[in-house]
Design a protein around this ligand. Structure first.
Ligand SMILES: *[C@@H]1O[C@H](CO)[C@@H](O)[C@H](O)[C@H]1NC(C)=O
Ligand SMILES: *[C@@H]1O[C@H](CO)[C@@H](O)[C@H](O)[C@H]1NC(C)=O
Ligand SMILES: *[C@@H]1O[C@H](CO)[C@@H](O)[C@H](O)[C@H]1NC(C)=O
Ligand SMILES: *[C@@H]1O[C@H](CO)[C@@H](O)[C@H](O)[C@H]1NC(C)=O
Ligand SMILES: *[C@@H]1O[C@H](CO)[C@@H](O)[C@H](O)[C@H]1NC(C)=O
Ligand SMILES: *[C@@H]1O[C@H](CO)[C@@H](O)[C@H](O)[C@H]1NC(C)=O
Ligand SMILES: *[C@@H]1O[C@H](CO)[C@@H](O)[C@H](O)[C@H]1NC(C)=O
Ligand SMILES: *[C@@H]1O[C@H](CO)[C@@H](O)[C@H](O)[C@H]1NC(C)=O
Length: 646
């Protein structure tokens, strides 16, 4: 009876699952990169964080607009650090494809925010959607100096004279029809056995005149591609593309340049009598074949995943989490990190959870992602925030965590609105709890996890002010390149071990370093501000240490209410953890031992004093240094990062 019930529910689940998840992937969201341009202006110093914060809120705000109207503009912030974002889908895409394309586009544009640098503008052209952010109001811009034509594929094999003439005629027609037709047109044009397909679109924010100007310009620019199989123009206000493949979805549109693309294709197919026709068919066969293969692969993956998900209560429905967080309303927002914003949600059964809305789309690695969620959710420790599950089927990827009520250490120590002031006992317990959580991650758990992002805002406090480490295992959830981006956005340079910043070398000792910084911050009640080298708190504490006056470094707001011996030991342990050489830093098991006993604490060597010269880009490891750049002469001279289309 029970078995029968469960198999029935399994069948229902598979059915729903296929409807809601797999079927959209039959369509083509055209989430392929046509071009990316990052500007050469960067936000530096304290304004970097303000800019990044505005950027992240704007990114949060744009997705619902895309979901409801397939287009949107958002402005966040004020003054010099205002962020403007425009997103739009190509008008022929179905709604599901639009959201999928956009989710990937959002992930991809983060590459304009490389390690440590906040680039103040970027545009990402996908073949199915567009996303741009900048630090000025560009919404009405139709042309800009960064516009370009991108030619792809090989030279057209066939009569190039005819081909070129068709392309010219087609794009001319598209650029005239587009503005008349609310900025969008598709169509094809044939001559003999050659057919070319095209699409033009102006962004919703520009008016008809600007659209005309933009497409006129694009029409001229694209001529440079007229012997190539693929041509695209990526202008500030519009996009124009032609291809010998029928790449667009014409099912519901009347705007047709050459008209009747499908019919003409059929005619070509009927008139198979030449080498060229054979070639056309062959190439399109290869093209569609490849695509089919990729789709089949994806479906196979999703199929296997469906089986896992079915058995799993780690799988949350997107709609439920959406409702639980009042549709990600700002009033439910708990905070924002490098990998996404966190919202407080109330599930239908009344349970309160924290929902992390990832800034990255995990669709491309769902299988691995779910597997990792599965592993990480198996980790239980009193000092770790429990991962309850995830949602991967919706337009955005979400992680669901247990809700920890008393905010983060950062809020508790530095947020003036916070009424509760942590006393010495609580601070000591938080430090010890954090050490025990890290000890578990590094040495006791089977997974051997390096956290990578230990900092005040990642240590949450429960109802008893016990420390709980958040966001552990994130690094395992994301591919290497995404993790670097996330670190970059988080950009908590003050916590990063010098060997990690400089050589990208990541071991548990990098966490030990960050832990040491955190210890010093908690005891001294001051933040380690990486932008202000002169007042480096590590340097300050080191000075007190060498003059044997460590207790003078303790947070004055404690007004002397702490045990001097204990405070001094804790600070010494902090210094031990922040030694320049990773080999000299203790393991977390040693740290726990030192915190819970009165063993002698070894002599410390000095912490690294990260001067701005030693963290300059020239010494950064190349793999986390994405755009070609030269920021040695501190300033706005990054070169552009241009991505050639595949
Ligand atoms: C904004 O930038 C301009 C020019 O870069 C500068 O002169 C001005 O002081 C800045 N304003 C603020 C509020 O930072
Ligand atoms: C084409 O567009 C129609 C209408 O938006 C949509 O129903 C259909 O799914 C789309 N097909 C593809 C392959 O995107
Ligand atoms: C291409 O076609 C044109 C017009 O039909 C013709 O004059 C020309 O000779 C052809 N060129 C080649 C290389 O076949
Ligand atoms: C297109 O517009 C840009 C920017 O205004 C301009 O530099 C370029 O010369 C124009 N190209 C053509 C072919 O008109
Ligand atoms: C296409 O155009 C015809 C005539 O212009 C019109 O009657 C028809 O409703 C249009 N169809 C759609 C889907 O817009
Ligand atoms: C574009 O092509 C359509 C269909 O062939 C044609 O009716 C229309 O006149 C063309 N428009 C222009 C401006 O050439
Ligand atoms: C197709 O194009 C090739 C190369 O230009 C030509 O030789 C052949 O005659 C054409 N076939 C038809 C059916 O037009
Ligand atoms: C940034 O790029 C623009 C145009 O590409 C150029 O004019 C400007 O000089 C560059 N700025 C710097 C500081 O290199």
């Amino acid at each position: 009876m029970h078995a029968a019930m469960s198999s029935i529910s399994n069948i229902m689940f598979i059915h729903l699952f296929i409807l809601s998840f797999i079927s959209p992937s039959y369509a083509d969201p055209r989430a392929t990169l046509a071009g990316r341009v990052c500007t050469n202006r960067t936000a530096q110093g304290p304004s970097r964080n303000i800019f990044i914060n505005n950027f992240l809120s704007a990114m949060d705000a744009i997705s619902p607009l895309i979901a409801s109207q397939r287009y949107g503009t958002v402005i966040k912030g004020t003054g010099n650090n205002t962020v403007y974002i425009l997103g739009e889908c190509m008008k022929d895409l179905s709604q599901t494809d639009c959201e999928q394309c956009f989710a990937q586009c959002k992930t991809d544009i983060l590459r304009c925010l490389p390690f440590q640098l906040a680039v103040r503008g970027g545009r990402n052209y996908f073949d199915g959607c567009f996303l741009r952010y900048d630090d000025y109001d560009f919404f009405k811009e139709s042309l800009s100096p960064k516009d370009e034509a991108v030619c792809g594929g090989r030279d057209f094999r066939g009569n190039q004279t005819i081909y070129g003439a068709i392309v010219r005629e087609l794009v001319r027609n598209l650029s005239i029809e587009g503005p008349k037709n609310s900025g969008f047109s598709v169509g094809s044009l044939s001559s003999g056995n050659i057919t070319v397909y095209g699409l033009s679109q102006c962004w919703e924010s520009i008016d008809r005149n600007s659209c005309e100007r933009c497409l006129e310009n694009a029409t001229l620019r694209i001529q440079s591609c007229s012997q190539k199989e693929e041509g695209r123009v990526l202008n500030a206000g519009c996009y124009l593309r032609f291809s010998p493949e029928r790449f667009y979805n014409q099912s519901d549109t009347n705007a047709s340049g050459g008209g009747g693309g499908g019919r003409r294709l059929a005619i070509i197919l009927a008139a198979v009598c030449s080498g060229l026709a054979a070639l056309v068919i062959l190439t399109s066969g290869i093209f569609f074949g490849k695509r089919k293969l990729a789709k089949r692969e994806e479906r196979k993956q999703l199929g296997a995943l469906a089986a896992t998900l079915r058995k799993s209560d780690l799988n949350f429905k997107y709609e439920i989490l959406e409702k639980a967080t009042k549709y990600f309303n700002d009033s439910t927002k708990l905070g924002q990190g490098g990998s996404g914003s966190v919202y407080k949600g109330t599930l239908p059964d009344g349970k309160i959870v924290a929902v992390k809305r990832l800034i990255f789309s995990t669709r491309q690695w769902v299988d691995q992602f779910f597997n990792e969620v599965n592993l990480i959710s198996g980790i239980h420790h009193k000092n770790l925030v429990k991962l309850l599950g995830c949602s991967i089927a919706g337009p955005e990827s979400l992680l669901v965590y247990e809700y920890v009520p008393n905010q983060s250490l950062l809020d508790n120590l530095f947020n003036r609105n916070n009424s509760h002031k942590l006393n010495w006992k609580e601070r000591f317990n938080v430090i010890l709890g954090t050490a025990e959580g890290l000890f578990y991650l590094h040495e006791e758990s089977d997974l051997r996890i390096i956290h990578r992002d230990i900092k005040l805002s990642n240590i949450l406090l429960d109802e008893n002010y016990t420390a709980k480490i958040a966001d552990f295992g994130l690094a395992r959830l994301f591919p290497e390149n995404i993790t670097h981006i996330s670190t970059a956005i988080a950009g908590t340079l003050g916590y990063m071990a010098p060997e990690y910043v400089v050589r990208g070398k990541l071991t548990e000792k990098a966490d030990v370093y960050s832990f040491g910084v955190l210890v010093v911050e908690v005891v001294c009640g001051r933040r380690n501000n990486s932008f202000n080298q002169d007042s480096s708190i590590l340097q300050l504490v080191w000075n007190y240490y060498t003059s044997a006056r460590l207790c003078d470094a303790v947070d004055p707001t404690l007004a002397g209410n702490f045990q001097e011996e204990e405070a001094s030991r804790v600070l010494q342990i902090g210094l031990l953890c922040t030694q320049a050489s990773p080999e000299l830093r203790p393991s977390m098991s040693t740290v726990v031992k030192l915190l819970t006993s009165d063993h002698d604490i070894p002599q410390s060597t000095p912490p690294p004093f990260l001067s701005s010269s030693s963290t300059s880009s020239s010494s950064l490891p190349p793999e986390i240094w994405q755009p070609e750049s030269d920021s040695r002469s501190s300033g706005n001279n990054l070169t552009l990062s241009r991505i050639e289309p595949r």
